[in-house]
Design a protein around this ligand. Structure first.
Ligand code: UTP
Length: 290
């Protein structure tokens, strides 16, 4: 059973500057809900009840978002906005939220390693708030189901056009025992296009066995001399070599929230699912099309 999720949120968000100069990327909204809340709710919908958020300097707004705000609640209650008070309370009690500081942004692998003591010796989920997936069954639940039937670690995979392969971790597939389900024999971080072992890119949803920490420790020790980022993909590669990694081509549409195009696409997609917003936006789209 997967009970814990690690959400790395200590990155600098340079691709979204200047919006992310003073505001954490994870607090950018989809319509009116910050990304960090969207992914926490995805995890909670999968039965997870402990959330470990990896934060760093300038990320206090994330902690405040999951805290109880008595002053705000009191003002809202006095104004008779009981629905809003209930909604704020719901957010503050969604799950047990544990915050761990990364100190220095030494890469995604290092961010996950920072969660070792809180996660302990059990399989756990990792969700990146950069990737938002619109899906009937939450993307993370699809991975958990595969983990429960096959064991080991699972990464979410998406087929990518060739020219984008060098921006992602790419899966090396050993066999595909069922549609969209791949046993992996390796993973390569951002390979040159002609060396990519497949067209299947890792996106930000993972189920990891606790042995990933030993691999991350080893990689971190090797990097402590040379410097450079501690890549999660390198640890996943080691697990794949041991026959412990699966990849799932999930069902759903993913948006890359680290880029303005993905951010706008997600906002429009989710806005159009709400009837009042759809009605308000329709005439604006008509004007734009002229
Ligand atoms: P990214 O590679 O998107 O990095 O990290 P970033 O710094 O957030 O954004 P850019 O590329 O500069 O625009 C993927 C995820 O890993 C987290 C980020 O917060 C993001 O959720 N991360 C990355 C950490 O928590 N620590 C790190 O050292 C690096």
């Amino acid at each position: 059973m997967i009970r814990k999720v690690v959400i790395p949120a200590a990155g600098l968000g340079t691709r979204f500057l200047p919006a992310t100069k003073a505001i954490p990327k994870e607090m950018l909204p989809i319509v009116d809900v910050p990304l960090i809340q969207v992914v926490v709710e995805e995890a909670v919908a999968c039965g997870i009840d402990q959330v470990v958020i990896i934060t760093g300097r300038g990320k206090d707004a994330i902690a405040d978002h999951f805290d109880i705000s008595f002053e705000l609640e009191e003002v809202l209650a006095r104004r008779g906005k009981d629905d809003l008070v209930r909604e704020l309370r719901r957010i503050a009690t969604l799950a047990e939220v544990v915050l761990v500081r990364q100190g220095e942004a030494k890469g995604l692998g290092h961010a996950v390693l920072c969660a070792h003591r809180v996660v302990g010796d059990e399989p756990f989920a990792v969700v990146l708030p950069d990737d938002i997936v619109d899906a009937e069954t939450p993307c993370l639940k699809q991975l958990i189901d595969l983990h429960e039937s096959h064991g080991g670690g699972v990464v979410a995979l998406e087929k990518m056009p060739r020219e984008r392969l060098s921006s992602y971790g790419i899966a090396d597939v050993a066999s595909s025992p069922a549609p969209r389900t791949h046993k992996l024999c390796g993973l390569v971080e951002k390979p040159p296009v002609d060396r990519a072992p497949s067209d299947l890119a890792i996106i930000g949803r993972y189920i990891l066995p606790p042995d990933v920490f030993a691999h991350l420790d080893r990689i971190a020790a090797a990097k402590s001399e040379s410097g450079g980022e501690i890549q999660l993909t390198d640890a996943l590669h080691a697990l794949a070599k041991e026959g412990k990694m699966w990849g799932l081509e999930f069902l759903g549409q993913r948006f890359d929230m680290g880029t303005p195009a993905g951010f706008l696409g997600a906002n429009l997609t989710f806005a159009m699912k709400r009837a009042p917003l759809r009605a308000a936006l329709a005439p604006m789209f008509e004007k734009m099309a002229k």
